[in-house]
Design a protein around this ligand. Structure first.
Ligand code: C2O
Ligand code: CU
Ligand code: CU
Length: 506
């Protein structure tokens, strides 16, 4: 695999190694768990499904003959359909949760790590106290009980830790899993299911010579840029090869990387057929020459391999791009290999779903959020995260339909030719999904923007949107669920350094 590079624009690296990762965890495997009371369970809440998820130090085989220390989420179904939880075999990733819209679920999270943690259900619209906000982080040996009804459309969501300043290292150490929701509208479509529905979690990692995961060895400068690993993993495996049948498939892609953006294409040059985004199925399929997948974004692809001969290989690659101070070369992501016959394709229907979008003209107001490098750190409107603080312009009247305008100024700098202040930021909002209604690009930033823009899929519901240097992205969303929620950059190093704020729906 060709090396993954970014423009080497920095010379004077701040020393001061940031000791962030696994160090202390490995000896902790048998820590006994004393169940402390989480929030009181609602006596009136009767779950359809009850799960337990533990966070534990463990090892995984990623490199040959090497046990790499990881932090893993393991789980079990206490009550309900055993298929609600399935392992991705041979992977450090957490189990895949499969839920139905309208299902009531209770999930007990037990923290058996040597530091505090909390789980967040990325993309789900849940009550504020079930959302895994960092203020709910629990210590070693404690547990947190989540109870909620699945309100979201069918789609590919995911879960990961969210403790303040430690989300990046915990996700990097292995803590993340998929949460797949289905509903009647989706089931009526006859899309590929079972072995023909492939979830694919794409991540990047670096290893030290002993085979341990290496994180942020660039010190503070690495954190300012965001961590980029030099190897690509799919579902926890290097150089992924996935055997498939000669049949149509649904490919659910999640970019579970801390900071790396992928520009995904078939190396055959065929277009990519997209059927869904973060918040579920599109109204109808769309085609792209390639797709751009920023951290935390999901894309649902459809491919028909029913005419492919046994032995055929289909390769997904990432193409070169440039986004201000971040550049990426071409590299391989994964290879599918046809190893068996399969059922013939029934084709793809023209009408996939009714997204039920709102009209931008109906918006009650517009808010502006500037993504700025200020005071040596990444900020939102010049502010850093404060655990429970909500500024005057971060209160949202319940029931509002609002336009949020994420502005990436794409200029400024730290005396390094401004490279530091020209980075893309994948902006994420907790709670209800949004639609991307407009993108405006500065003339001076257009050349870079065009290296990724054809791969944006703005036709569907989203919860994370890439905001390129010199770009303003307007999103439209409703705020019906009250309480304190987060919005932040999903470049996890930026998030951990405070590029995150609360908004409060009241
Ligand atoms: Cu995946 Cu607060 O995010
Ligand atoms: Cu989230
Ligand atoms: Cu960022």
């Amino acid at each position: 695999m060709s090396p993954l590079t970014r423009r080497a624009f920095l010379a004077a690296g701040t020393a001061g190694a940031v000791s962030l990762l696994l160090g202390a965890c490995a000896g902790d495997r048998t820590a006994s768990v004393t169940a402390l009371p989480g929030p009181r369970r609602d006596p009136g809440f009767v779950p359809d499904t009850e799960l337990v998820l533990h966070a534990v130090p463990d090892t995984a085989t990623i490199l040959p003959d090497t046990a790499t220390p990881v932090w893993r989420i393991v789980g079990e179904v206490v009550e309900g359909d055993p298929q609600a939880l399935t392992e991705i075999s041979g992977s450090y990733l957490g189990p895949t949760l499969r839920l139905r819209r309208g299902e009531r679920v209770r999930i007990t999270f037990r923290n058996e790590l040597s530091e505090e943690s909390i789980l967040h259900w990325h993309g789900l619209d849940v009550p504020a106290d079930m959302d895994g906000h960092p203020r709910f982080a629990i210590g070693t040996g404690e547990e947190f009980v989540y109870e909620y009804e699945v309100a979201n459309r069918a789609g590919t969501y995911w879960y990961h830790p969210h403790p303040h300043r430690r989300t990046g290292p915990q996700v990097y150490a292995g803590m993340a899993g998929l949460l797949i929701v289905t509903d009647d509208e989706e089931q009526a479509l006859g899309l590929p299911t079972g072995e023909f529905d492939l979830p694919l979690v794409i991540q990047d990692r670096s290893f030290d010579p002993a085979g341990e995961l290496r994180y942020l060895d660039g010190g503070m400068m690495g954190a300012m840029m965001g961590f980029l690993g030099d190897r690509v993993l799919v579902n926890g495996r290097l150089d992924a090869r996935i055997p498939v049948a000669a049949a149509p498939h649904r490919l659910r892609l999640l970019n579970g990387s801390n900071s790396r953006i992928y520009k995904l294409a078939w190396d055959s040059g065929e277009p990519v057929t997209v059927i869904g985004t973060d918040g579920g199925l599109l109204a109808q399929p769309v085609e792209r020459p390639y797709v751009t997948l920023a951290p935390a974004e999901r894309l649902d692809l459809w491919v028909d391999w029913s005419k492919a001969p046994i032995g055929a290989e289909m390769r997904l690659i990432s193409l070169p791009f440039r986004a201000g101070g971040l550049t990426s070369d071409r590299f391989d992501v994964l290879t599918f290999q046809v190893d068996r016959q399969g059922p013939a394709g029934s084709g793809l229907t023209e009408r996939l779903s009714d997204p039920g979008f709102d009209a931008p003209a109906d918006a009650d107001r517009t808010r502006r959020v500037e993504l700025r490098f200020a005071g040596g750190t990444w900020t939102l409107n010049g502010r850093s995260f404060e655990m429970t603080a909500v500024a005057d312009d971060e209160g949202v009247p319940r029931g509002s339909l609002e336009i949020w305008e994420f502005v990436n100024p794409g200029r400024g700098g730290m005396g390094m030719g401004g490279g530091m202040a020209r980075l893309p930021h994948p902006m994420h909002m907790h709670g209800e999904s949004f639609q991307v209604v407009e993108r405006i690009v500065d003339d001076g930033a257009r050349a870079d923007w065009e290296t990724l823009a054809d791969g944006f899929v703005d036709e569907g519901w989203k919860d994370t949107v890439l905001v390129m240097p010199g770009e303003t992205v307007r999103v439209l969303r409703r705020f019906e669920t009250d309480g304190l929620f987060l919005y932040h950059c999903h470049n996890l190093e930026h998030e951990d350094m405070g590029m995150m704020r609360n908004f409060e729906v009241v």
